[in-house]
Design a protein around this ligand. Structure first.
Ligand code: HEC
Length: 147
């Protein structure tokens, strides 16, 4: 085999590797504090009624005062502290966030969002990600009457 036969595969490899490195810049500047590996982390806990039930306990204890019981961001503490919090019942609010980003924010906090830290286990942290996702209300279908 001649030496030049190796050049093409090497170039193809470079073409794959180089752009992959460039795309590691976070899309939203305010989330630049989240390590890329953390943002890409896959959710190991399947969203199930059990996972949602486990998270609900923590949500009511640690989250609802700010995010509101329904997740609309209008909890009492949020009002008292004059915090601006996104409405999680709107599917658009978290659509650009990965599960890994949500997990990281829940565990480590972000600006006015306090860290949950060691209060919850790793599994409970992912339960809370599933819970936050479950708050998004489905867009009403044409065949569904508004309530
Ligand atoms: C003291 C009020 C407060 C409490 C308590 C609180 N949060 Fe937050 N949370 C915030 C604020 C404020 C933000 C927006 C932070 C920012 O500026 O990015 C936020 C952001 C978030 C985000 C990211 C939203 C986004 O737009 O990406 C998630 C997810 C979240 N909170 C989940 C939780 C969960 C789960 C709990 C309970 C374990 C909780 N929060 C408890 C105030 C709170």
């Amino acid at each position: 085999m001649s030496r030049s036969a190796l050049v093409l595969p090497a170039l193809i490899l470079l073409a794959i590797v180089l752009p992959a490195q460039q795309t590691s810049t976070p899309k939203t500047p305010s989330y630049s504090a989240i390590p890329v590996d953390a943002a890409k982390a896959q959710n190991p806990v399947k969203s199930s009624p059990e996972s949602i039930a486990r998270a609900k306990k923590w949500w009511n204890l640690d989250c609802a005062m700010c995010h509101g019981a329904e997740g609309n961001g209008k909890g009492e503490t949020a009002r008292d502290m004059k915090l601006t919090i996104g409405d999680f019942t709107d599917p658009a609010t978290l659509k650009d966030r990965t599960d890994g980003e949500l997990y990281y924010i829940i565990k480590n906090g972000h600006q006015d969002m306090p860290p949950e830290g060691e209060r919850v286990t790793t599994e409970e942290g992912w339960d809370l990600v599933n819970y936050v996702r479950s708050l998004a209300k489905k867009k009403p279908n044409a065949d569904q009457k508004p309530q």
